[in-house]
Design a binder for this molecule. Structure first.
Ligand code: ZN
Length: 74
């Protein structure tokens, strides 16, 4: 069993495996179609969502598995 390349939560200091993808966009920096992504574990999804949400940056929260599936579909 390997977790070497498992995606890790983006929360500061957190080493937990990511379960969620938070897709966001800062209209001051990014064109509207652009999506930046943060990864979140179960514990930090709420925290990171709120951080982006109150700034109006948060676009989407998707389960990592679904995100990878849709990315593979192109
Ligand atoms: Zn975390």
């Amino acid at each position: 069993m390997t977790t070497e390349d498992a995606p890790i939560c983006s929360a500061k200091g957190c080493r937990a495996p990511a379960v969620w993808v938070l897709a966001w966009n800062n209209p001051k920096l990014h064109t509207p179609e652009r999506r930046k992504t943060w990864l979140a574990c179960e514990e930090h999804r709420e925290h990171l969502s709120q951080f982006l949400g109150i700034r109006g940056f948060l676009k989407d929260v998707v389960a990592l598995r679904e995100w990878n599936d849709s990315a593979a579909d192109g």
